[in-house]
Design a protein. Structure first.
Length: 211
């Protein structure tokens, strides 16, 4: 995985070549990623689906994250990232089912890497239940859902925690139910403005669909 070939960019989003995943994080080079957020509706309530990252992940293990996400390879277009959904969570989605939320640049600096992402962000309205997800265990250890309005209030600062419900796969392969509160510290530390922008775009789309 560290040797994946990724397209790299300058500060103006101009392509400047190709580098490995290890290089882009070690040197802090702009590169493209694919983000897809799932939202579903149950009894007039919108739910957002969140993955729980595997214990084995080098970056941000055991934290809540985007439903499905990953790096785009050097030869891929943004919509080609749809493969990440099938790979990580086992749901077949076609590129034309994705609703684009825009391209968002951000930089996260951790102890041992600099992540400069050009994120191609999408929304997928799903009718699936939690039982329909089949997880790639080296990447994802669990799947949960939360009420979308609570998720929005968490990132606006109106509440300190949200209720998440779902499951996780233990290291011995057994499935355990999850039903607990989670705060911002239990999420991958994408910039707060990223979360707020994504949420606002989701609200606009959901509102438009109800007209």
């Amino acid at each position: 995985m560290e040797k994946e070939q990724l397209k790299i960019f300058d500060e103006g989003r101009n392509p400047i070549g190709v580098a490995t995943r290890d290089e882009v994080h070690r040197l802090g080079i702009w590169h493209e990623s694919f983000h897809c957020w799932f939202i579903g509706k149950e009894k007039d309530t919108d739910y957002i689906y969140l993955q729980l990252r595997s214990d084995f992940k080098k970056d941000y293990p055991n934290l809540l994250d985007i439903t499905a996400a990953g790096h785009l390879w050097a030869h891929e277009s943004p919509r080609d990232g749809v493969r990440e959904i099938k790979e990580e969570v086992g749901i077949d989605v076609s590129a034309n089912e994705l609703i684009p939320l825009g391209v968002m640049d951000y930089c996260v600096i951790a102890d041992d890497f600099i992540d400069k992402e050009i994120a191609n962000v999408f929304l997928y309205q799903t009718g699936k239940s939690l039982d329909d997800f089949t997880l790639q265990e080296e990447e994802v250890k669990g799947m949960v859902k939360a009420e979308f309005h609570q998720f929005a209030e968490l990132w606006s600062g109106e509440r300190g925690t949200i209720r998440i419900k779902g499951f996780e796969i233990k290291r011995d392969g057994t499935k355990a139910l999850l039903n607990k509160n989670a705060g911002r510290d239990q999420f991958v530390p994408h910039p707060i403005q990223y979360y707020r922008t994504v949420i606002q775009k989701m609200k606009e789309i959901l509102k438009g669909m109800r007209r």
